[in-house]
Design a protein around this ligand. Structure first.
Ligand SMILES: C[S@@+](CC[C@H](N)C(=O)[O-])C[C@H]1O[C@@H](n2cnc3c(N)ncnc32)[C@H](O)[C@@H]1O
Length: 330
């Protein structure tokens, strides 16, 4: 039984908030056995994100003006989604091999810098102000620039001149934000994305829903900023690369180990292994661990915010998965 069925596509279509085009395309694919067949040739998960991302990436690259007229990411005043079906179908069937190739070599590595509106307050809870920053599952390293963005939570600002400016609603206790000094930045990922590489940048861009204009502008601005930072990207399984990354830091220097929307891809044994690597490394330095969205219950629609200074994990709040709001408990 193939993974992607008409029912699978209709379920997927329920989560296309803010994208009338993808809601329509989910229905188009659900009703078309040929499009379902192509989608099932994509082994990486989830296939719809990869197929739609591949198509959008190719359109951004200049392929097929007719289908592109429906994409807000490409034209300012897009044609309505109704009627897109036949154009999408002929585009996919004409470019099947390229789409399948992209879907089987790229990954869903969405990198949302606005998550820093939750990560920065958690980093500010550390007992130290200067630290080495290690990001587990870094994608393009956008969260490693958390000290460079501008922040605004209602009336409260932090580094207001920073670009891009990240706006969030604060629903709970006001975040206590302090000046921080990032001594070094290390990004661990199975497949790091180069923020300066045109094709990598386009892929991240293509993973964003076509109508999400603000997210796209934020992504492009954050990629420009992060490309100017000195980041040590390390490719490989973080369970293999984290011990070396920690050992390479000067003994005694504090470190922050951060992760967001990554450990939800780990099983229980892998999570335990990560915990024991961090615990073992505490003999060489103080470590403040922060995580966001690692216990996400999809049905809740928020991300848990958890810190751990070595005295046990503490849930300090929750946040919108893309940082539209945060709610700190303390
Ligand atoms: C959904 S992205 C989140 C990126 C970023 N943390 C954020 O919040 O925007 C998850 C990232 O984790 C990476 N990843 C998954 N398993 C990993 C592992 N075992 N070791 C290193 N990176 C991993 C993926 O390649 C992907 O780039």
């Amino acid at each position: 039984m193939p993974l992607v069925t008409a029912e699978f596509m209709r379920d997927w279509g329920k989560y296309t908030h803010g994208s009338p085009l993808y809601a329509e395309l989910a229905e188009v694919v659900a009703e078309d056995p040929e499009l379902l067949r192509v989608m099932n040739r994509i082994g990486h998960l989830p296939p719809p994100n990869l197929m739609f991302g591949a198509v959008q990436s190719m359109l951004m690259d200049g392929s097929d003006g007719d289908l592109a007229t429906h994409y807000r990411s490409i034209v300012d005043d897009p044609a309505p989604p109704h009627g897109v079906g036949p154009k999408f179908r002929s585009f996919v069937l004409a470019h099947e091999e390229e789409i399948v190739e992209m879907g089987n070599t790229r990954y869903t590595q969405t990198n949302e810098c606005r998550r820093c509106v939750a990560l920065l307050p958690m980093v500010s809870m550390a007992e130290f102000r200067a630290f080495h920053l290690i990001d587990v599952g870094t994608s393009a390293g956008l969260n490693l620039g958390l000290d460079r963005y501008g922040y605004r939570y209602g009336d409260q600002e932090w580094n207001p001149g920073g670009e891009p400016l990240l706006l969030a609603e604060s629903r709970g206790v006001a975040p206590e934000l302090v000046e921080v000094e990032v001594l070094s930045r290390t990004g661990l990922d199975l497949n790091p994305i180069d923020p300066a590489d045109e094709s990598d940048r386009r892929w991240l861009d293509a993973l964003i829903w076509p109508e999400h204009v603000e997210r796209r502008a934020r992504l492009r601005s954050a990629l420009d900023m992060v490309a100017s930072l000195d980041i040590d990207f390390v490719a490989g399984d973080a369970l293999e690369t984290l011990p070396n990354a920690m050992d390479g830091l000067p003994i005694g220097d504090p470190a922050v180990v951060m992760s967001s929307f990554t450990l939800n891809q780990f099983d229980a044994a892998q999570r335990d292994r990560l915990d024991s690597i961090v615990s073992g490394a505490r003999s060489a330095r103080p470590i403040h661990r922060v995580s966001m969205g690692e216990l996400l219950d999809e049905s809740d629609g928020w991300a848990d915010l958890v810190v751990d200074d070595g005295n046990g994990a503490l849930t300090v709040g929750r946040a919108h998965p893309h940082g539209e709001w945060i709610e700190l408990y303390r």
